[in-house]
Design a protein. Structure first.
Length: 559
């Protein structure tokens, strides 16, 4: 048994392992295959969602790369769910849960089967961090492959994506478009395979994972259906054998500096608030100390440079067209904003990978220069205050302003808030408070894309704010604060806010404040009683009993 077969050897070597070999012969192993490193290919293929509908083909390309490099590739599947389809329904409570299920399932298969390394392919929002959490837990040579971005839809000469449809629902409710226009947008927005097309959670996490060093250069910026993506898959299959040979593991890559690189890139791209949640969870699995306050520290010196949806103008496909994220990373590295010494899955450092990267074309306006940023500091703002003593995450692009003061309009669920937005109950100067949507209280910490998109569609984006112990889609924009900790279910102050209470969100002081006295807050909390759990059996009940707060990444194995 060689070092390259340290996990598979005990499974298949020797007379006593004949039963194992017999089983493997039935799935295609030859005599020669038993002498090769066994490399798993974790495919998140499913016809559940366009984000993942093509990944079975990518898995075959990865397997071919593994086999060409002298390994034995074995494809297996995990689940996936669709945020875009379940958004705004009870089913969305399973979304964040699926991150843990995916990580658990990959860990289970790799650990059980004794694979010497693996490649994980993710497409939709939660299966990407789920794949990487498994990589960190297992600490075996491994590479992540992003399934790739969708191409934009088109209607009346305008580019569309899934957020366009959510915002069209608000416009329809406000009688700005009719039924026929809504159906036309719905019919054109999603033209084929790939992850949602803006700098939403999928593209944010793909970029952050590349910045962590866990995917090959440019894996994050390729169209789902393209020769470049298929080549990325084949090269990932070859690369994992190199990692096995050199014994380079995720623990060699996932250092504190690597996480700083990922945060920096996510901010520069104007990425999703979910990056906070997922990077905290990945760091936990890697045994790296990372806190929400690190996002404030790094954000203070990191500008927003990319003019990408949802707050900006362009889709991910436009960024792909001009060279992806590598020229941006080279710019950040040259400015001293990235750590170039970090090891990556190429077997080279980040600086070595970026050494020969050319700058963006001079005539592009997708990524701004460092001396002319869209925003001089991070749009991901960690807020504290008497509503969020354990922290919260705001997404402030600057286009909404830096401060909002209004009066509370309180809802006990996302559905109730959406109804009030669409029927005109919500008006200018309201601060929507959506509570009991946290990791435990939901359970599952649903994304509030339906209400936030409806607010934008109704034309209230600068006039209405929203705070929640739930979270936001990467497609959310507007004056929003999520991840409020402690959540309402745990008796956090958000639980005792009443209609009409004054609330101020201040991005400069990084606070979210309830304008009543501490004595009144304490008095209300003394009268508060915890609600009964919404689920008492099944996966949601198990999740609610084990999940941590959002400020710790909403992980389920922190004891």
């Amino acid at each position: 048994m060689s070092d390259s077969r340290s996990f598979s050897g005990p499974v298949v070597d020797g007379p006593d392992r004949a039963p194992s070999r017999a089983m493997l012969r039935a799935v295609g192993f030859s005599d020669a295959d038993f002498e090769k490193p066994q490399i798993g290919v974790a495919s998140t293929w499913s016809m559940v969602t366009p984000c993942n509908m093509h990944i079975n083909h990518l898995a075959v390309d990865v397997e071919a790369g593994i086999n060409s490099a002298g390994g034995k590739g074995i494809i297996f599947n995990t689940i996936t769910i669709s945020d875009g389809i379940s958004m705004g329904t009870e089913g969305m409570k399973y979304s964040l849960v699926s991150r843990e299920v995916i990580a658990d399932s990959i860990e289970t298969v790799i650990g059980c089967q004794g694979y010497d390394g693996f490649v994980a392919i993710g497409g939709c929002d939660k299966n990407m961090p789920g794949c990487v959490i498994a990589m960190a837990r297992l600490n075996r040579p491994s590479v992540f492959v992003y399934g790739g971005t969708i191409m934009p839809g088109c209607h009346d000469g305008k580019s569309l994506d899934v957020v366009s449809v959510f915002e069209a629902v608000g416009a329809h409710a406000n009688h700005k478009i009719d039924d026929a226009e809504l159906k036309a947008i719905e019919s054109c927005a999603i033209p084929g395979p790939g992850s949602c097309g803006g700098m939403y959670t999928a593209n944010t996490m793909a970029s952050a994972i590349e910045a962590l060093g866990l995917s090959l250069p440019n894996s994050s910026a390729q169209a789902a259906i393209s020769d470049a993506k298929r080549d990325d898959c084949r090269r990932a299959g070859i690369a994992v054998l190199n990692l096995v040979e050199k014994n380079i593991r995720p623990s060699d890559i996932l250092t504190p500096h690597a996480f700083e690189n990922a945060i920096t890139v996510a901010i520069a791209l104007g990425g999703s608030t979910n990056a906070v949640l997922h990077l905290l969870a990945i760091a936990h699995s890697a045994g790296v100390k990372l806190s929400i306050d690190d996002f404030t520290r790094i954000g203070a010196k990191t500008p927003v440079l990319a003019d990408l949806r949802p707050s900006g103008k362009y889709s991910m496909s436009k960024l792909v067209e001009i060279g992806g994220i590598r020229p941006l990373m080279k710019t950040l590295l040259d400015a001293g904003l990235l750590h170039g010494e970090c090891m990556t899955v190429t077997g080279k450092t980040m600086a070595e990978n970026l050494a020969d990267v050319a700058p963006y074309p001079e005539d592009q306006d997708v990524v701004y220069p460092l001396d002319r940023p869209l925003k001089t500091s991070s749009h991901l703002v960690i807020c504290y205050g008497n509503i969020a003593p354990g922290g919260s995450v705001a997404k402030i692009s600057g286009k909404e302003g830096l401060q909002f003061t209004g009066t509370a309009r309180v809802f006990e669920s996302e559905e109730l808030a959406l109804t009030a937005i669409l029927d005109g109950t919500v008006v200018k100067n309201d601060v929507l408070v959506i509570r009991y949507e946290g990791p435990k209280g939901g359970p599952g910490m649903r994304e509030m894309l339906s209400p936030t998109a409806a607010v934008m569609g109704k034309g209230l984006g600068k006039d209405v704010a929203l705070i929640t112990d739930g979270r936001f889609s990467g497609g959310t924009h507007g004056f929003v604060v999520g991840h409020i900790t402690p959540e309402a279910f745990d008796g956090g102050p958000i639980a005792i806010i009443q209609d009409g209470d004054p609330i101020t969100i201040d991005a400069e002081t990084r606070t979210v404040t309830l304008g009543i006295t501490q004595a009144e807050i304490d008095a209300r909390l003394s009268q508060w009683t915890a609600p009964a759990p919404r689920y008492t059996r099944g996966v949601l009940a198990k999740y609610a009993k084990t999940v941590t707060s959002a400020s710790y990444g909403a992980v389920t194995d922190r004891f």
